[in-house]
Design a protein around this ligand. Sequence first.
Ligand SMILES: [Zn+2]
Length: 132
Amino acid sequence: MTDTDKRPAGAAELRRAVLDHFAQKLDKYLPESGDAGPWKLGEMELALLDDMNEVACGVIEARIGADPNRIVEKPKCPKCGLALGGVKRNAATHKQTLFGPIRYSRTYGTCQACGLAFSPSGEVFRLRQGLL
Ligand SMILES: [Zn+2]
């Protein structure tokens, strides 16, 4: 777990990285030039399943990374508005998704009144309902 002043990457930069990653995967099946290799349909289906799941995880991670509320200086409780205590900024975490595991970082803290831990970015992104 890290706790640094690292700022979120820009959405354009993250989008470019996702597109580059997708283009690398696409080259295996449909290169701009040259031979695409001797793919059999069943083999291509299985390879595409893995590759597209990997690309989908990258899209989710990029979407989270582009969220300006992912890392905030003074997060507040979404229920009562009080400043969260014990705040960790840029804390690394992971989640299991339909496409596979994703890794990202975010701010989180605990509300003294509610006694619950909140991630401000989780409230905005709604990757999963509830607490992140
Ligand atoms: Zn609260």
